[in-house]
Write a protein that binds this ligand. Structure first.
Ligand SMILES: [Zn+2]
Length: 135
């Protein structure tokens, strides 16, 4: 039980920046709906990182690459997500990529993560496979 830590509060606006949290990634985090596209899953995972929702991150991770647990850096605040592009990942695809830039702050200093992530369907549901960090 030592893993239980204080999570960031549930936000009004979705961390992914699209809409109100309850109408956006909140629906996926609660399990009300599944991601229809790889981009939607990517957004919901960014929001889950921002909110330290380990359970959601693990269940949206491909079983072949899923870690045993997710370590959150309490000093790291994910602030904004920019989707830069992608391929496939639509309602009729089984694979897709999403390129994004995720902006964060650590102890007040701004940083960003630029990654090209790969997604695939696992029993119909989009899951995160792996990613390549871009310079
Ligand atoms: Zn969202």
């Amino acid at each position: 039980m030592s893993k239980r830590r204080k999570n960031p509060p549930v936000p009004q606006d979705c961390p992914c920046g699209l809409a109100a949290y309850t109408d956006c990634c909140g629906r996926l985090h609660r399990g009300d709906v599944q991601a229809a596209t790889a981009e939607q899953l990517m957004r919901s995972r960014f929001s889950a990182f921002a909110m330290h929702d380990e359970a959601y991150l693990l269940r949206s991770w491909d079983p072949s690459t899923r870690p045993a647990d997710v370590d959150f850096d309490p000093a790291m605040r994910w602030e904004r997500l920019d989707i830069l592009g992608g391929s496939g990942g639509g309602p009729f695809h089984t694979e897709g990529t999403v390129e994004f830039r995720a902006h964060y702050r650590v102890h007040g200093a701004a940083g960003e993560l630029h990654e090209n992530s790969r997604f695939r369907r696992d029993n119909g549901a989009w899951v995160y496979l792996d990613g390549v960090i871009e310079p």
